[in-house]
Design a protein around this ligand. Structure first.
Ligand SMILES: [Cu+2]
Length: 349
């Protein structure tokens, strides 16, 4: 009788353990999968439309918006976990998640489950008529203090490394992009290259489809960056707090009014990368997507010129004497204002 009960308890324990193992294996298999090469029929259909689309300014400037690659830089149906990463920080973060965090979590969960089942099976009233009076065991106490500490240190090292990488100062020649969140669209400007702020709004469904882009992620004017170069993102908000986030580039930074938050990003491959505002910012929060288009340097330069900027950097302001001849206009720069103030103060002295 006792043996019968014992056996069935063990049987249940083994089944539970097998189920847990099955679950663990299933999810690690899912993590290992890369998004399958989805059919590109949508993109292919749209290619002809876009090629036929007349775009005089693009043609003359040498810049044509790049076609997105299906499944790259965008969410994939039925997928979970991180999107494929196209920046060094993103790849490091994904490696940390897949190779460290997930195995540690599963190992600990399985171990604790095993201990629980073992206690249930071995130390119940029927199996263990005379309970032990043990209260202390130095070896076990040292082990269950030290081992968790070591596990946490093992996680903390790559975690703090990742944190530090994300906040590394950009090199001096980094391309600066100022990103401003508005209710409910984004504005981008390239102050060092003289590209004035332009506004980026969500495309309507017909336009997005025609361009082979995912609806509600496509925009009319993209943020264009050079590939393989460090980009200095200066992010702020104009009205409320927004959050600039592109999952496949491992970028997420709050856009706070009155603050200039900085993040760097380096895109390793040319491509079109989609993101969204990730701070609840009002009624149309869900409709202010972000599109980052990474281009090789020559195409990027062509895009900068098409926006009226100079990829070599803007020429320094004209000397003060040349400026002081002109009456202070509405578009007076800081320097002319300073010059005017100096001129006004001079006779009084
Ligand atoms: Cu927003």
């Amino acid at each position: 009788m006792t043996i019968g009960i014992h056996a069935s308890t063990l049987q249940r324990a083994v089944i539970a353990l097998l189920l847990a193992l099955g679950l663990a294996l299933a999810s690690s298999a899912a993590f290992a999968q890369t998004p399958a090469e989805a059919p590109v029929s949508v993109a292919a259909d749209a290619e002809a439309d876009v090629a036929a689309e007349p775009d005089a300014s693009a043609a003359s400037s040498g810049y044509t918006p790049m076609k997105p690659t299906e499944g790259k830089g965008m969410p994939v149906d039925g997928a979970y976990g991180f999107q494929d990463q196209y920046s060094p920080n993103g790849q490091y973060a994904r490696w940390m998640h897949d190779a460290i965090l997930i195995p540690v979590i599963f190992a600990i969960s399985i171990f604790v489950l095993f201990l629980l089942l073992w206690v249930v099976a071995r130390y119940n009233k029927r199996a263990n008529k005379v309970p032990s009076k043990t209260t202390h065991n130095t070896l076990i106490e040292v082990a269950w203090t030290l081992i968790p500490v070591l596990v946490l240190v093992g996680i903390a090292i790559p975690s703090i490394t990742l944190l530090a990488k994300q906040y590394e100062s950009p090199p001096e020649d980094a391309v600066t992009v100022k990103v401003t969140g508005y209710q409910w669209y984004w504005g981008y400007s390239y102050p060092d290259m003289g590209v004035e702020e332009f506004v980026s709004n969500m495309s309507d469904e017909a336009t997005a489809k025609a361009n082979g882009e995912p609806f509600q992620l496509a925009v009319d004017n993209r943020m264009v960056v050079p590939v393989g170069e460090v980009i200095r993102l200066q992010i702020t908000g104009a009205d409320v707090i927004h959050s600039f986030a592109v999952p496949s580039l491992w970028v997420k930074m709050d856009a706070v009014p009155g603050r200039l938050n900085e993040r760097t990003v380096l895109v390793e491959e040319p491509g079109v990368y989609y993101g969204q505002c990730m701070e609840l910012c009002g009624a149309r929060h869900g409709y202010m997507p972000i599109v980052v288009e990474a281009l090789p340097r020559p195409q990027f330069d062509a895009w900068v010129r098409s926006q009226g900027g100079n990829p070599e950097g803007i020429v320094e302001e004209t000397p003060v004497e040349a400026v002081s001849e002109e009456p202070a206009g509405e578009e007076a720069t800081d320097e002319t204002e300073v010059a005017d103030e100096a001129a006004a103060e001079a006779p009084a002295a």
